[in-house]
Ligand binder design. Structure first.
Ligand code: GDP
Ligand code: ZN
Length: 314
């Protein structure tokens, strides 16, 4: 049955997944396989994909019999979790319109990488997304978890210690994602799939199926997807190796380390870069034990990296 715009008014939907300009969109008529009107949307930006899981879109030419429609427009995003895709040299939105982003990491195999977490949290701050950390594989932990919990917990980020395979910590994590939309980001091998299975289990609405059928053999693992359960929405993203932060400028970076903010007006020079500058209030706060040294070092490293990128680009 073809449902025309005049009968329904404008239909909106939420992008669940998609690739190559074909998207699965969740609507009041169920999930529909949609293509972009005129192959591209009228969006003023260069990006990896015009739409990401979580995007709200307006639809026309709804054919509920065949479960298809055309995507006319993307509605303004409330926020988005983006990274810079170095390989493609483009910003890549991993998820749109989210309530929180969790960095899924592993305590063992692969080893815990604090610098990855710091990059993730800086991006969260920059993009106005509430961030948190999940430490998976707690059953293999050799005693690191308490220090990591106290470091990140101490600066105000929620940290969940879980074992996807043993089940410990999962109830608390389920509570933390209840009633909101959460994007999960992590390196390959940290156990994101195992965690999703453990949290979502058989509750997963099998909405990705249409596109899975369509996209078979087309690297479906590269596409993120929004999963709905009775009590939560989870955006699963492909495992990533690196989280490039060049969306942030050197001047904005200190603000993205949230525990630096109380000291930001205390530097001798107004344009202080907080890296080995005389009279730096951030460095002093670190020496006084008010900022964790590991985070200050991480800031200095990221600052150097961004400075290098900015020099290359200028
Ligand atoms: P993904 O790449 O992040 O999706 O990782 P997978 O979910 O595929 O997990 C990678 C490997 O780690 C698999 O062999 C899992 O069985 C294992 N794994 C995942 N979670 C845990 C855990 O909590 N404890 C242990 N011991 N192994 C885990
Ligand atoms: Zn300073």
């Amino acid at each position: 049955m073809l449902v025309t715009d005049t009968e329904t008014g404008q239909t909106t939907g939420t992008v669940l997944t998609g690739r190559n300009n074909i998207f699965t969109v969740d609507t009041e008529f169920g999930s529909l396989l949609c293509r972009l009107k005129g192959k591209r949307l009228d969006i003023e930006e260069r990006s990896y994909s015009p739409l990401s899981p979580g995007d709200l879109v307006t639809l026309s030419e709804l054919d509920t019999g065949n479960s298809t429609a055309i995507i006319d427009d993307r509605l303004t995003r409330r926020n988005a979790f983006e990274r810079y895709n170095v390989k493609r040299n483009l910003p890549q939105t991993l998820a749109a319109n989210v309530d929180q982003a969790l960095c899924v990491s592993s305590l063992h195999h692969p080893r815990f990488r604090p610098r990855f977490v710091d990059r993730f949290l800086a991006l969260c701050e920059f993009q106005g997304v509430a961030g948190g950390v999940v430490l998976n594989k707690s059953d293999l932990d050799t005693g690191q978890a308490p220090d990591i919990v106290s470091l990140y917990g101490g600066i105000g980020y929620p940290v969940s210690v879980v074992s996807a395979t043993e089940g410990s910590g999962l109830e608390a994590l389920k509570v933390a994602i209840e009633g909101v939309r959460t994007v999960l980001v992590g390196q390959s091998g940290v156990g994101k799939s195992a965690l999703l299975n453990a949290i979502v289990g058989t509750e997963v609405q099998r909405t990705g199926e249409i596109s899975a059928r369509y996209l078979r053999g087309r690297h479906t693992t590269n596409a993120g997807r929004l999963l709905k359960t009775a009590s939560a929405e989870i955006i699963d993203t492909p495992g990533i190796r690196d989280l490039d932060v060049r969306l942030i400028s050197t001047g904005e970076l200190a603000w993205c380390y949230r525990e630096f903010r109380p000291f930001m007006g205390t530097c001798k020079h107004g344009d202080c870069s907080h890296v080995e500058e005389p009279g730096c209030g951030i460095e002093r706060a670190c020496k006084d034990g008010e900022i964790p040294p590991a985070r200050y070092e991480s800031y200095c490293r990221l600052h150097a990296e961004l400075q290098h990128v900015e020099t290359e680009q200028s």
